[in-house]
Design a protein around this ligand. Structure first.
Ligand code: B12
Length: 306
């Protein structure tokens, strides 16, 4: 079964695949509670900690979890002619990754159904469980000090998706250990020192968080720079993202966005125009007004730095 699934995943151009059991993610429980007590969890996460760690609360019959990952480390170096351009994190360059990974998972599910009926539930990002922990357990990669899952061949610009199943599949053995060594480049580069120490992100200080949440104080406004959605600083500076394989998935190429946002255009766009131009990117999920707020702040930051 495992061999068959791996073969089918290759045919479907799924870059990485791993398997883990349906047992609770016990090692992460204390940390999730610590984050709650210290008010550093975000409103974008499942509130029920038990749901976050126990796969069987989502699929009662869960025995194995198939975890996949796709690289979005695309090659794109077209220069934009835009006068005031805002930064868009790579994760929001192309077509919404939720759609792209869900299509892959659905295709894989269809292949498995050809040889056996099975119970399943599948998720990308919006599921209750902690995706990175599943990916780590399934052998997709190791935790970097910037908290991202890093795969040795593809680096950290990878998205994660998973299928909870009632199938009996041999899990991957052992956990991949961090290869960060003494390197602390990401910690030093993080704009608001959200990476308070290695493997520890104060999510409430992360610039990516601020570009998505409603409230923003003056200090953050200065630190947000020209980021309109997300922040890639801790990944861009990471040595483990140098000399790695590029993404083969054209869906992640910024055909529409060119990897940037035209600030002046965004500020005058109607909601309809916004949806037409940016509706297919993952960063549009918070709606036009939050990105517009970021655009106004970015414009001010660009003008004061000239
Ligand atoms: C909420 C959320 C956010 C929040 C909070 C991020 C966070 N780190 O928690 C915000 C908005 C800030 C955010 C930002 C980003 N996100 Co986000 N996010 C999520 C979401 C929905 C939940 C994350 C979560 O559960 N956090 C809980 C805490 C406990 O996780 P953590 O801080 O990463 O801590 C981990 C490590 O510290 C490690 N750990 C803890 N202690 C120790 C000790 C040692 C010794 C070691 C080795 C490890 C270790 O275990 C923790 C659990 O994974 C997930 C999808 C999902 N449902 O899981 C996506 C997800 C984590 N995000 C993702 C992405 C792509 C991003 C961004 C790169 C987007 C961007 N460019 O702006 C940034 C990266 C920021 C960063 N450095 O983490 C990907 C990550 C893929 C990867 N390669 O790891 C995910 C998995 C979505 C997906 N399915 O692909 N995100």
């Amino acid at each position: 079964m495992k061999k068959y699934i791996i073969e089918k995943a290759k045919e479907l151009k799924i870059d990485m695949i791993g398997f883990t059991d349906g047992n609770p993610l016990t090692t992460i429980k204390d940390y999730l509670e610590y984050r709650r007590l210290n008010n550093i969890e975000t409103e974008f996460e499942e509130e029920n900690i038990l749901l976050r760690i126990d796969p069987k609360l989502t699929l009662e019959t869960c025995k194995s979890i198939i975890v996949i990952a796709l690289s979005y480390n695309v090659v794109f170096d077209e220069k934009s002619e835009i006068k005031y351009s805002g930064n868009l994190s790579k994760s929001s360059w192309g077509i919404d990754y939720h759609r792209v990974l869900k299509n892959k998972l659905e295709a894989l599910i269809e292949e498995i159904k050809k040889i056996t009926p099975f119970e399943y539930k599948y998720f990308v990002d919006t599921g209750p469980l902690v995706d990175r922990e599943l990916a780590h357990k399934a052998g997709i990669g190791y935790y970097g000090k910037n908290c991202n899952i890093i795969n040795e061949e593809y680096g950290s610009f990878i998205f994660i998706g998973y299928i909870l199943t009632d199938l009996d599949i041999e899990p991957n053995e052992g956990l991949l250990e961090s290869q960060c060594g003494v390197c602390e480049i990401c910690l030093k580069a993080c704009p608001d020192k959200a990476l308070e120490e290695g493997y520890r992100l104060n999510a409430k200080k992360c610039i990516s968080y601020h570009t998505q949440t409603k409230d923003m104080d003056l200090e953050i406004m200065k630190k947000i720079g020209n980021n309109i959605y997300g922040c890639d600083t801790c990944q861009n500076v990471c040595p483990k993202n140098k000399n790695i394989r590029f993404s083969i998935h054209d869906e992640f190429l910024p055909h529409v966005t060119k990897g940037v946002i035209d600030i002046e255009e965004l500020l005058i766009m109607s909601n309809k125009q916004f949806k037409e131009k940016y509706g297919s990117m993952s960063g549009s999920w918070r709606g036009r007004n939050i990105l517009r707020r970021n655009a106004l702040i970015a414009l001010e930051n660009i003008k004061t730095s000239i």
